[in-house]
Design a protein around this ligand. Sequence first.
Ligand code: SAM
Length: 314
Amino acid sequence: MLDQFSRQINYLRFSVTQRCNLSCGYCGNQNCLSAKDELGAYEIQQIVQAFVKCGIKKLRLTGGEPLVRADLTEIIERVATIEGLDEITATSNGVLLTHDSAKALKAAGLQRINISLDSLNPLRYKEITGGGKLDDVMNGIDAALVASLTPLHINAVLMKGINDDEADDFIRFARKNPVTVRFIELMPFGPNGDGEAIVPNSEILARHPYLLPVEGSSKSQPSVDYTAKNWQGKVGFISPITEKFCDSCNRVRVLSDGSLLPCLGSENKTPLKPFIDDEQKLMEVIKTAIREKPTGHHFERGCAAGYSLQSIGG
Ligand code: SAM
């Protein structure tokens, strides 16, 4: 459906948990909801179904870390039964993704997965993530490729003085592997609220003039993709700060407690849980919130909000 600025809203990002098995300094916070406050698989299905009836075509399950939910496969199986939903994807840190779990997720109906990875150096990865093992993610990437959870996107957030010296390593990774490495600009959330460590994507691109734009990059995604001759993969640039894409935003979010967040830059949440068993009312509430989706974020002016992406679902 269209919002008040005539944007076609057809993409729902659903945070199924705020819990995470990693604790990345720029992403996490200490006050996440526990499992008992999360929606159940049935409740998620009911909400997604109402969204699909309001025009949502694409669903991304996120968190927190979606794979910490023991019932993730059941959630996927349930939403996969919803008529009119064209795409079911997920975003994960990949640590818990094994060959068995990747296969099970694919069989349940998951089409693709994005894996977040901020360093290719094991020691640094451990530091950034508060103890994560790079080998586990690498195995997760392999498992996702083998299970055809593709095209596979690897999302990296570069931060000045932390991992900005790894841009070339990531680009090399994209040259040698059938994946798209996407650089996402740091947004001013949570502990890094001032966003000062941001590495503008234009700086990375300027250092690699041989990169060629990929023709026909999807208009519905904010990533601008590039590749080069004889490469296996691609690099993508997602620039929410230096090249805002709010004008073409097609997404809304639901948080793990069932509240609807129409814009990443807004603190205006609408609770959906009270209407789970009344689809007409649920759709009415969803339509009103979508219609009133704000014009965009103002991250370029400074700190976004008191919350972190872990709590709202990145
Ligand atoms: N646990 C899953 C994962 O690691 O992909 C899903 C949730 S995580 C919040 C989703 C994405 O948000 C990650 O790629 C993470 O790097 C990104 N993210 C977290 N905080 C961010 C920030 N302040 N600016 C930009 N991206 C951020």
